[in-house]
Design a protein around this ligand. Sequence first.
Ligand SMILES: C[S@@+](CC[C@H](N)C(=O)[O-])C[C@H]1O[C@@H](n2cnc3c(N)ncnc32)[C@H](O)[C@@H]1O
Length: 330
Amino acid sequence: MQARKILAVIEAADQLGVLADLARGPLSLAEIADRAGIEPAVAQKFLAILVWNGILHQNGDRWALDEVLSADVTSGALPLLRIEGWAARDHLNATGIVAALRGHRRPPEIDDGFVGELAEAMLRGARASAPHLARLPLWRDRTHLADLAGGSGGYAILLCRMYPGLRATVYDRPEMLEHTARAVADAGLADRIALAPWDLRGDSVPAGHDCALLSHVLHLLDAPARVGLLGRVRAALAEGDPVVVHDFMPGVAAGEPSPEEAASAIDWLANGSGFLPGPDELGSEFTAAGISVRTVTPIAATRTTVVSAACTIGPPDRQPVPSGSVERKA
Ligand SMILES: C[S@@+](CC[C@H](N)C(=O)[O-])C[C@H]1O[C@@H](n2cnc3c(N)ncnc32)[C@H](O)[C@@H]1O
């Protein structure tokens, strides 16, 4: 119960614009009040509360951020904190969960105001996860990756760096692709990574690819929409082509879910995707789309799971899209 209140004051410090400043070094009362745009007398009370709750330490006339929080902020945790704050207001709350349990489906897009935060958080996540995906031997003879809802492009970038014979197209919302373009240019890979505006809820996957990646994407959709998307991926590829899925997948890998996976299950509950397939259900979603699961590998370092799959003979003619699916609402 206390954790929720403590998070609220940390978020308030961020919204006042002082959290990142404090992570850079201790500040005086006048500096904090000035940067936050609040009265010094009010700031003093706010600072006292932050100290009592272990968020700040007071050293003489300066206030310093708790070491662990400071390390989190400087290593780039703020975008995720802001996204979590948005989600808590939007749907990741009791009302949202009840609505989802009664059949409400949240659209897959984050609010436009948080696309930049998502891009940054995804780039950071990719730094940890992409090396594990890149180790899969299947990329070696591939020439053109479809990175679907590829976000800021962290996976496409690492795969293209590691495999000189590979190029990629990152498909995503135009709002996200602005950020992807920056990351791809920074990586010096604009000649090998193309960007294409695309809607995951209904657009087909263009031809010309021989492998596909869906990283942290399937959890945005409910089961019928996942089958629909996998079917569109299958329709774009040839028999035997690999499809790699990467996500938090509580319940899919053997053993108890990690705390991170268990928490992600609450996200998937609240967004209405119900992305909690057991291994058999996951396999049948892939099979319904004409894709066959080969291996399911948990990544211990990131608490995520990689599913390596391959297209089977002939894509199904039509993908079943039962009612209630996000895809049908597009
Ligand atoms: C959780 S992020 C995953 C990004 C990336 N694949 C990764 O693992 O870092 C989900 C992605 O889905 C994209 N997305 C959400 N709704 C979309 C839509 N309707 N069409 C296309 N992309 C969408 C978001 O912009 C975002 O890049």
